[in-house]
Design a protein around this ligand. Structure first.
Ligand code: SF4
Length: 478
């Protein structure tokens, strides 16, 4: 069966979906999960849990699809659904652009009750026409939501007709929120790129082909730090999938010589499919921590099969590591032996541990609620045996671990910031809302600085001391 299926197939089949392991699962969803919605390397091992009640609280599939595609900065992104779906996720991420800003416009068809009764396809068509005429984008991505999937909008047909009428790609992204988790949405967005974008364009003949960076979203400008390193080593970037990307570079991604899957197991399926369709080898890597960065750069040069490039990478990594080691010296003195609870999702749950270990920080508790079995195995390789795993439970379970393990700092996503503040312990934001770039050698130095600043901030001592009015006993006690 073709994937992604038509809009109606998603909504009808997903409605048969059951949480229990024993109950039958429809073939479309079963394929998706068995082949690794979270990107397992072992296709027959179910790598990520089936959707559970409340799972969308950490971001629904629609949200996951947007995370993957919104960094295509010059494209328009139109949400077909109620305004709240677009509003909830709009501008909440720190993905940056070096030029166009069209993707930051919050386009939505804003369906009302009468559209739900009489259908919203006319509104969708008018919205696409308006965006094409007013903004002339190179492409328009159209996202389904729970509402439009449930009322059976034929989004694929509207997009197809609009693409023919307007002469630009109008791409349906069939990832309504109820089908599952954010990870599944990442993968469905990757499928949309495979089906509608990759292979539809050609680079100019004078461009040298190199690496596709898959799953790097340029949070807080991390992509720019990585590109700077690659440029220094003379490693060409062919396509950024999708941090700070332009539509045309995704269209020619099939001409790359190597795919690197950067911290995104959900997009491993994309790399695997590109290997089988276009013969592009891929590897998984991370840029969190000096060791991982060096490994990733070396792996790129090795797979490019270019001896000169390998020598340049060796020289660059030696130089950068030596410089970093000097710069980190004062921070390592402060950070050595500090205990941290790390609560983040998927690949970051293990890749950030490597970076923290290089700084001398001990991870005493780690969240695994969005991790695959493979992620958990990699965590286990990097932490000590007595590290606490936090599979679920949210804020109360994190707090319990912080208290029991006497952690010095909490490293988590923005939504746990107030948990740390109420507990009066230092905190840094590691998720996609963050404003600091932690990738590469420069990123590790920034991470060391942020950890140190947060730990050394006098506010924690002040907050733990009694309020001035509590220091004096009230008159009636004297
Ligand atoms: S797509 Fe569905 S789950 Fe996601 S925000 Fe919209 S209504 Fe909520």
């Amino acid at each position: 069966m073709q994937w992604p299926p038509k809009q109606r197939e998603v909504c009808v089949k997903a409605s048969n979906f059951s949480e229990g392991d024993e109950e039958p699962m429809d073939p479309v969803r079963k394929d998706e999960f068995d082949s690794g919605a979270c990107g397992s390397l072992a296709p027959k091992v179910r790598p990520c849990p089936r959707p559970k009640p409340g799972e969308a609280a950490g971001g629904c599939s629609f949200d996951g699809a947007q995370i993957t595609l919104l960094p295509i900065m010059d494209a328009a992104h139109l949400v077909h659904g109620p305004i709240a779906c677009a509003g909830n996720s709009w501008e909440s991420r720190g993905t940056l652009s070096s030029g166009p800003s069209l993707s930051q416009y919050g386009f939505a068809t804003d369906l009302t009750d009468s559209d739900i009764i009489f259908g919203g396809e006319k509104k969708l068509k008018d919205s696409i026409d308006y965006i094409a005429e007013r903004f002339a984008p190179p492409a328009i991505f159209v996202y389904s939501t729970c509402v439009t999937a449930l009322i059976g909008e034929d989004m694929d047909a509207v997009c197809k007709t609009a693409a023919e009428r307007l002469g630009i790609p109008v791409i349906p992204v069939n990832s309504p929120g109820f089908v599952g988790s954010k990870n599944l949405g990442n993968r469905l967005a990757g499928d949309a790129l495979l089906q509608y974008v990759i292979g539809t364009g050609e680079p100019s003949p004078d461009m040298s082909m190199g690496i596709n960076l898959i799953g790097e979203y340029n949070i807080a400008g991390e992509m720019w730090d990585i590109e700077k390193l690659m440029n220094s080593a003379g490693i060409p970037v062919t396509s950024r999938i999708t941090g700070d990307a332009r539509y045309k570079e995704i269209a020619w991604a099939h001409r790359a010589r190597v795919n690197m899957v950067v911290c995104s197991r959900a997009l491993l399926g994309l790399a695997r499919e590109m290997e089988s369709r276009y013969g592009i080898p891929y590897f998984e890597g991370s840029f969190y921590g000096a060791k991982e960065t060096t490994y990733s750069l070396r792996q790129m040069a090795y797979l490019m099969n270019d001896r000169d490039m390998e020598r340049r990478v060796d020289r660059l990594t030696e130089r950068e590591e030596a410089r970093l080691s000097q710069d980190l010296r004062p921070y390592r003195k402060i950070l050595k032996g500090k205990k941290a609870v790390l609560y983040t999702g998927g690949v970051k749950s293990w890749s950030v541990i490597s970076a923290l270990k290089e700084l001398g920080v001990q991870v005493v508790g780690v969240g695994t609620n969005k991790s695959t079995e493979d992620d958990v195995r990699r965590i286990a390789d990097r932490v000590s045996d007595d590290t606490e795993y936090i599979p679920e439970g949210g804020a109360s379970r994190i707090l319990k671990t912080v208290r029991e393990r006497k952690a010095d700092i909490m490293i988590a996503g923005g939504r746990n910031m107030y948990v740390a503040m109420k507990e009066q312990i230092p905190f840094i934001d590691i998720n996609q809302e963050r404003h600091k770039a932690y990738a590469g050698y420069e990123g590790l130095l920034r991470l060391a600085k942020e950890l140190t600043y947060s730990l050394a901030n006098p506010i924690w001592k002040l907050a733990a001391s009694p309020a001035p009015w509590d220091k004096e006993a009230p008159p009636y006690d004297r």
